[in-house]
Design a protein around this ligand. Sequence first.
Ligand SMILES: Nc1ncnc2c1ncn2[C@@H]1O[C@H](COP(=O)(O)OP(=O)(O)OP(=O)(O)O)[C@@H](O)[C@H]1O
Ligand SMILES: [Mg+2]
Length: 390
Amino acid sequence: MDPALNPFKPGSGLRPPALEGRDREREEFDLLVARSKAGNYDRGMVLSGLRGVGKTTLLNTLAEHAERQGWLAINIEARPNEAGIAAVRARLGYELAVGLRRFSRKHQLHKVIDDLVSLARGFTLGVGLGPAKIELALGGRAASGDIDLDLEELVEAISDVMRKKGAAFGLFIDEMQDLDPDLLGALLAVQHRASQREWPFFVIGAGLPSLPAVLADSRSYAERQFSYRTIGPLSPADAADALRVPVEAHGGAFTPDALEIVVEASGGYPYFLQEFGKAIWHTAPASPFDSEDAHLAVEEGRRALDDGFFPSRWTRATDRERRYLRAIAETGEPTPRSGKVAAGMGVATTAVSDVRDSAIKKGLIWSPEHGRIAFTVPGMADFIRRQPTA
Ligand SMILES: Nc1ncnc2c1ncn2[C@@H]1O[C@H](COP(=O)(O)OP(=O)(O)OP(=O)(O)O)[C@@H](O)[C@H]1O
Ligand SMILES: [Mg+2]
């Protein structure tokens, strides 16, 4: 098949040729947007799931929808570690300034928005400098340097303008489990206040399966603050559509057997579907794609995953973390007890609790329930078992 026309896109947050199986989340969000237009404010949403399952793609789709419906939609991606914290805060201020300008052009609100833009800028400076006071050219208003107060003031001022326009302010946060605790706590507090006071402000977050627990640890009321959605693999019918629809759009086809082989091998994981779809387009000499094409494509796709998707996580781990990850894989269980993993390494659970924590912080593993551990990347255990021991 012509490689220039290959529609499949394995990657991070790349818009897939066919976004399948997310109708429920999209409908729920459509309803939130529609109700907000009528001054009826619902809870924000939190999307959580494993790596490569399509969270970023879905989050971006929702943000684009919100913007088309007249919202001020701001996207940021949280990052772990100290350098990430400062970068994310700066990014938030910058994206707000840019988003507000775009909004003002659309609604011809120049004067009001200029004031908000300086407030957004001041917020960034304020949080960057801790408790230092920054005077702003905004009618004597100053960023206090207290992140809770500053964020509340900013959100209130923006919400006020949005309400008058029948619009809303949506903050779309990817990798939300990595937000620094101060900013996260402040955002949850502001979201809480916003719903009490009926400000049109919504946080829409996406992140790893640990995200709901991270939010609940930050603020006890977080559990009631959002509509939580688990983003999982696609059903076999949706997975088949994710492959079939883009191929048919180019006049191609799969035999039923070929489609079944690829769907089955993908486990319904969107990233794997894109990788296998790309491979079958590449390997098949002609359409319709038959079962032999499908077997070859799965082999080529797996090689591509072994060269990119898995190593990009594996190489991020330290030697000790890798030994721990290998011990998890060697239990052969999807969610082994931490005690069993440690026993497999011949040590006490406490002797490896620090590696366990650091691997969790890196987003390599998570704890689905107390005392148990699991990979955040589907298929990671098999990949590790295929790696030669050092
Ligand atoms: N509903 C879907 N149907 C088909 N393909 C999809 C769907 N959602 C996402 N994809 C594709 O799957 C791949 C992974 O998507 P995405 O980057 O959004 O996942 P993610 O959950 O954010 O992963 P990570 O946790 O690594 O950030 C992309 O190539 C994307 O095009
Ligand atoms: Mg993502």
